[in-house]
Design a protein around this ligand. Structure first.
Ligand code: ME8
Length: 639
C-alpha cells in the first residue's frame, strides 16, 4: 500500500436506535483523524455505516410490527442527517444488508471453510442478545449474567459452525508482542493480552435459531454470527472478495486506524485479527480505543431519560462548538463526562472570548481605520518575531499530540498560543498605535493575521466550516488540497491579508435569549413550567439603585460601555452594559439606574463585571434604563 494513503473506520452502529452522543463521539474521532491526515498531505478513505443483522434487530423489529428490513431502513436517515449536521466527511456509508457486503462475507467464509478453519459442531451455552455475544459462565450461577453488560443471558443449544480461534492464540500473542502500538492506549492492549493468555476457545460463528443474517455458504439453514458479519464490513466496503475491485482493495487495506469504544475491544483486537490471519490478510495498523461518555456523571440510558440527541445539541449550540467541546474536554483514553454547563462555559470562554473575539477585535479595529489590505512587514520587530517563534513551537507540539491521538492536549497547547496572541494584541494597544504609529499598527495587524491563519488551519480538522469562515474573514479561501502542515511549519509570515468584517464567529451563551438557553439543555427531561415563583425567589435577586459615576466605551468592543456605579454604603462596582448601539458613555454619566448586584462576577474582555444594569426595550427595540421616579439614595434596595 502506498505511504500516502490513510484508511480510517468507525464501528458500524446497531440499526436499533437513532445516533446518540456515544456514536457521535466514535464518528467524530474518525472524522478528525481523517481531516488531520489530509492536512498532512494524505489521501484518505473514511468508512462508517450500520450493523443491521442479528437477533437484537429481529426482536426490536418484531416488537413494533415491522420486518427487520423496514425497521433498519427507518433509522438510516437519522444517521445520515446527524453526520451531515456534524460535517462528518465520510467516503462511504456501508450497510450490512447491502447485497455486495453479503456476497463478500460469503466469499471470506467459503475460503475459511475450504481451508479447514471452520468446522461444524454444536453449541450449548449462553447468549447475551443486547451485546450479541456468547457468554462463558463464571462462578457458581447456573444462568450467568453477561460478563460485558451484566444483563441476563438466554440458553442457546444449536448446531453451529465453529471458527478455529484457538489455533490463532499463539500467533495473536506474537503479533501483540511485535506490535506494541497495535492498540492505543497501551493499557487496553494489556487487557487484551491477558484475555488471550487465559486461553481461547473456538468461536461459534453461525446461528440456526435466527434467520436475520448473512446465509452461510452452502448451508442456508445457518446465518453468519452477527459480529463476524459486522467485522467484515471493514474489508467488504473497499472491495474484498470482488475481483473487479481488487485494485481498490489493495490501495486501502490494511486500515491505518480503526476507531472503537472500549466495550468492543475484544471483538476488534482478538476475533478480528484472528479472522484476518486466517484469511491471509494484513492486520490493521492500529486500533484506537476511546472511553465511555457519561452524562452529568451518570450512564446514558433511555430509562434515566438522559440520552443526548446530537441533532438537538447542534441546534442549541452549533455542531462545530460541540465537536470542539467533545475533543477538548474528553481525553480519548479515559471515560469522560458531558454536561451542558461545561459545554456552555467552554463555548463562551474558549471559542467566543479567546478565539472569536480576537478575530473580531482585530478586524473591527482595522476597519475603523480603513485598513483592509494588510501587507507583510519587511523587517519584523522583536515582539513580532517572538510571536512567530511561538507559533512554530505551537505547530510542532500540536502536531506531536495529534499524531498520538491526544486531541485534548493538542487543543490545550494551541489555546496557550491563542492566549499569547491575545496578550500580544492587548499589550501592543493597536487602538493607540493607529494614530501615533501607523507602521507599528500595521505590524500588529499583520502578526495577528498570520497567527490566526495558523490557528485556523490547525483547527480545521476539529471545526472545519468555522475555520473556513475565519479564514474567509482574512481573505483566504481554504482548499485542503493546497493546505499542508508542512507549509505552515515553513511559513515565513509573508502573506497579504484582505480583511472582511463578518458575523460573530461564536456566540457567547450568555448573549442568547433566555428561551434559547432553556431549550438548549437537551439532556434534561423537560421541566414542568411553573407559572408562579415564591417570594424567596424574588428576595434572592438583590436589586439596588446606583449612580453611574464614570462611563467609558471599551475599544475592543462595539457594544460595551464600562461603568463605575456608586451604591452608597455598598461601595462602587464596575459594571458593563452592552448598549453602545443606543447610548454614548456621556449619555449615561451621572444617571441613576437599577442594577442586580448579587450576580456572580464574570469576565468580559479580560475585565470583571460585578453586576447587571436593567433596561426596558421599547417598541422600536431601543433599551431604556429602569429608574425610580424620584431621586433616591444610592444603594437603596428595591422591594
Ligand atoms: O457495538 N460513550 O454498535 P453500537 C462512548 N454494532 N462511546 C459510546 C457510548 C458512550 N456512552 N455508547 C456507545 C456496536 N458508544 C456494534 C459495532 S463494529 C464491527 C460493530 C460507542 O451502536 C461504542 O463504544 O452499540 C461503540 O464504539 C460504538 O458507539 C457503536 O456502538
Amino acid at each position: 500500500m502506498a505511504q500516502n494513503t490513510f484508511y480510517v473506520t468507525t464501528p458500524i452502529y446497531y440499526g436499533t436506535a437513532k445516533p446518540h452522543l456515544g456514536s457521535l463521539y466514535s464518528t467524530l474521532i474518525a472524522d478528525v483523524e481523517s481531516r488531520w491526515q489530509q492536512l498532512n498531505g494524505k489521501e484518505t478513505y473514511f468508512l462508517t455505516g450500520t450493523d443491521e443483522h442479528g437477533q437484537k434487530i429481529m426482536q426490536a423489529a418484531e416488537k413494533v410490527g415491522k420486518t427487520p428490513q423496514e425497521f433498519v431502513d427507518s433509522f438510516i436517515a437519522a444517521y445520515q442527517e446527524a453526520w451531515n449536521t456534524y460535517h462528518i466527511d465520510y467516503s462511504q456509508f456501508i450497510r450490512t444488508t447491502d447485497p455486495r457486503h453479503i456476497q463478500r462475507v460469503q466469499a471470506l467464509i467459503s475460503k475459511l471453510l475450504a481451508q479447514g478453519d471452520i468446522y461444524k459442531g454444536s453449541y450449548d451455552g449462553w447468549y447475551c442478545t443486547p451485546c450479541e455475544t456468547y457468554v462463558t459462565p463464571g462462578g457458581q450461577k447456573e444462568n450467568p449474567d453477561c460478563t460485558d453488560c451484566g444483563r441476563p443471558t438466554e440458553k442457546v443449544s444449536e448446531e453451529t459452525y465453529f471458527f478455529k480461534l484457538s489455533k490463532y492464540q499463539d500467533k495473536l500473542l506474537e503479533w501483540y508482542k511485535a506490535h506494541p502500538d497495535f492498540v492505543a492506549p497501551k493499557e487496553r492492549l494489556n487487557e487484551v493480552k491477558s484475555f488471550v493468555e487465559s486461553g481461547l476457545k473456538d468461536l461459534s460463528m453461525s446461528r440456526t435459531t435466527i434467520s436475520w443474517g448473512v446465509p452461510f455458504p452452502n448451508d442456508p439453514e445457518h446465518v453468519v454470527y452477527v459480529w463476524v458479519d459486522a467485522l467484515c464490513n471493514y474489508i467488504t466496503a473497499i472491495g474484498y472478495g470482488d475481483d473487479a475491485e481488487k485494485k481498490q482493495f489493495e490501495k486501502w487495506w490494511p486500515a491505518n486506524l480503526q476507531v472503537l469504544g472500549k466495550d468492543i475491544v475484544r471483538f476488534h483486537a482478538v476475533y478480528w485479527p484472528a479472522l484476518l490471519m486466517a484469511a491471509e490478510l494484513e492486520l490493521p495498523k492500529q486500533l484506537l480505543v476511546h472511553g465511555w461518555i457519561q452524562v452529568d456523571s451518570q450512564k446514558m440510558s433511555k430509562s434515566l431519560g438522559n440520552v443526548v440527541d446530537p441533532i438537538e445539541l447542534a441546534d442549541a449550540y452549533g455542531a462545530e462548538a460541540v465537536r470542539y467541546y467533545l475533543l477538548r474536554k474528553i481525553p480519548v483514553n479515559t471515560d469522560g463526562n458531558f454536561s451542558t454547563g461545561d459545554l456552555e462555559q467552554c463555548i463562551t470562554s474558549d471559542l467566543a472570548n479567546d478565539l472569536g473575539n480576537l478575530l473580531h477585535r482585530m478586524v473591527s479595529l482595522a476597519d475603523r481605520y480603513g485598513r483592509h489590505e494588510i501587507a507583510p512587514v519587511e523587517v519584523w520587530s522583536s515582539k513580532a518575531v517572538h510571536l512567530r517563534d511561538e507559533s512554530w513551537n505551537a505547530i510542532e507540539e500540536y502536531k506531536m499530540h495529534m499524531q498520538a491521538h491526544e486531541f485534548h492536549l493538542a487543543l490545550a497547547r494551541l489555546w496557550k498560543f491563542i492566549n499569547k496572541v491575545n496578550a500580544y494584541f492587548h499589550e501592543q494597544e493597536p487602538w493607540k498605535l493607529a494614530k501615533s504609529d501607523p507602521h507599528a499598527f500595521l505590524e500588529v495587524l499583520s502578526a495577528t493575521c498570520h497567527s490566526l491563519r495558523i490557528i485556523a488551519a490547525l483547527l480545521w480538522p476539529i471545526m472545519p466550516t468555522k475555520m473556513e469562515e475565519l479564514l474567509r474573514s482574512l481573505g483566504h479561501t481554504f482548499d485542503i488540497k493546497k493546505e499542508s502542515i508542512e507549509s505552515l511549519e515553513l511559513g515565513t509570515w509573508r502573506q497579504t491579508f484582505l480583511l472582511k468584517k463578518m458575523d460573530t464567529l461564536f456566540q457567547k451563551i450568555e448573549e442568547k435569549p433566555v428561551e434559547e438557553t432553556t431549550k438548549s439543555a437537551p439532556e434534561k427531561a423537560p421541566e414542568k413550567k411553573e407559572d408562579y415563583i415564591k417570594i424567596d425567589d424574588v428576595i434572592k435577586v438583590d436589586l439596588r439603585v446606583g449612580t453611574i459615576t464614570s462611563a467609558e466605551s471599551v475599544p475592543e468592543s462595539e457594544k460595551l460601555i464600562k461603568m463605575q456605579v456608586d451604591f452608597g454604603d455598598l461601595g462602587t462596582k464596575q459594571i458593563f452594559a452592552g448598549v453602545r448601539k443606543w447610548y454614548q458613555p456621556e449619555d449615561l454619566l451621572g444617571k441613576q439606574g437599577t442594577f442586580v448586584v448579587n450576580l456572580k462576577p464574570r469576565k468580559m474582555l479580560g475585565q470583571i463585571s460585578e453586576g447587571m444594569m436593567l433596561f426596558a426595550e421599547d417598541a422600536a427595540g431601543k433599551l431604556h434604563p429602569v429608574n425610580p421616579e424620584g431621586l433616591v439614595p444610592n444603594g437603596v434596595r428595591l422591594r
